[in-house]
Design a protein around this ligand. Structure first.
Ligand SMILES: [Zn+2]
Length: 423
């Protein structure tokens, strides 16, 4: 089995006691065999001198639409309603080749920025899966569903999702799941059918929820005063399998309903603010009620970067500012959202931290880049959250394989995308 020794790194472990220490990481095959104090040297097939590197668990992006990466910069500066109208129209005309190329580009961008796992929501996830496998990233892919009369998918969306789950259930790097686009295009029947599939196959269920005030008000008007989360709770949809993206417009009552059912929130602070959804998700209330919160980039059309650095930094800052309180979030809390809490949200105990026996999804940050000087064990977590960026990422290992090495993304040539068909 292939072995890698990461020698003398500053390890930000994200283990149960959140230890930060100097040590070696020994990788065997796809998992971490041993995390030990420096000095204990075993031979390995590859040895990486990490004395100037931070080793941290790979970042986990819990909401995106990676097949839309090619829309970067083309739908900026308009409200969400117009944005959705335009993206729905463009989505309807996609080819398999276009979706593949766009997904390959998006997964490469994520790897470059230190993301080792992502949760995607789209139709055509079988195509996204091929691109993810080519990139070497760990992918959680939720086939999107909506009401039959509102979809451009061929056939029945719930059946399509079920078929996708059956087809990809045995894959190592791909975890199939089901999605629901949102209450504005999916009625109770679709929500309950999707939930039924998710229960029968023990998959995650992922969807947009209470993203804009307009969406919530329209729902309330059509449902006798009931709010979306309140309604989904009443029909029995909320569960531990559900990861809801956004939840910007959740009331305290709705937060408690989600907490009671163990549903999770994927917070997308950059996308939300860029789309001007107003207000900020009630993250302190999510956290104090025990809801698992993780971070998402959302699509490149609304962010416009596939990275978690900006989500950690801007998310934290936006809540501090809104609550007039710099202590309402802290760096450790944000790093937890980007790593271990995201892993738990995905119902996975084998990723999200650097510990013996876990999968080797590891990101190295170069402490000699200007933005990380000075870094010590005392300020490492602050520097990761408030100073690091894609330019700090020197190496990325996913499942025991290097996918970025010495600041260079492997198996990537910009020429690959120069004349590529993205539509
Ligand atoms: Zn989204």
């Amino acid at each position: 089995m292939h072995t890698i020794l990461i020698r003398n790194a500053l390890i930000v472990s994200q283990d149960a006691s959140r230890r930060v220490f100097r040590g070696n990481i020994f990788i065997e095959g796809d998992h971490i065999k041993d995390v030990s104090a420096p000095g204990k040297e075993d031979g390995a097939d590859e040895i990486l001198d990490a004395s100037n590197l931070i080793a941290m668990p790979g970042l986990i992006n819990t909401h995106c639409h990676v097949a839309m990466t090619h829309l970067r910069g083309f739908i900026d500066d308009i409200p969400l309603s117009g944005f959705l109208e335009k993206t729905f129209r463009l989505d309807a005309e996609r080819t398999d080749e276009g979706m593949y190329n766009s997904s390959l580009l998006g997964t490469k961008e994520m790897i470059n920025s230190g993301i080792t796992s992502f949760l995607d929501l789209y139709y055509g996830e079988d195509i996204v899966a091929q691109a993810a496998k080519k990139s070497g990233i760990r992918a959680f892919l939720a086939w999107n569903t909506l009401d039959q009369d509102k979809t451009t998918q061929k056939g029945n969306p719930v059946k399509n999702a079920e078929h996708f789950i059956q087809e990809f259930s045995k894959e190592k790097m791909i975890t199939p799941a089901i999605g629901v686009q949102g209450v504005y295009v999916a009625g109770d029947e679709t929500y309950l059918a999707a939930d039924d599939v998710s229960r029968r196959y023990s998959t995650l269920i992922h969807g947009h929820l209470s993203e804009t005030r307009e969406e919530v008000y329209n729902f309330v008007k059509g449902h006798g005063g009931k709010r979306p989360i309140e309604h989904l709770s009443e029909i029995g949809f909320l569960s531990q399998r559900f990861i809801a993206a956004h939840c910007v417009w959740a009331t305290l009552n709705e937060v408690r309903m989600m907490a009671m059912k163990g549903s999770r929130v994927s917070w997308n602070p950059v996308s939300n603010a860029k789309l001007g959804v107003g207000g900020t998700a009630p993250v302190p209330e999510f956290v104090s009620n025990g809801i698992l919160v993780s971070l998402g980039s959302d699509s490149t059309a609304s962010n416009n970067s596939q990275d978690i650095w900006s989500a950690m930094k801007f998310g934290s800052i936006s809540v501090k500012n809104e609550r007039w309180n710099p202590a309402v979030t802290n760096a450790q809390m944000m790093l937890d959202m980007g790593t271990i809490n995201a892993a738990h949200s995905l119902n996975r105990s084998d990723i999200g931290s650097i510990e013996n026996g876990k999968l080797a999804d590891i990101v190295m940050l170069d402490m000699s880049t200007p933005e990380l000087i000075p870094t010590t064990p005392e300020n490492a977590i602050s520097n990761i959250v408030y100073s690091a960026g894609t330019s700090s990422v020197s190496d990325v290992i996913i499942g025991g394989k290097f996918v970025k090495r010495n600041h260079r993304l492997l198996d990537f040539e910009p020429e690959m995308f120069r004349d590529a068909n993205f539509y």
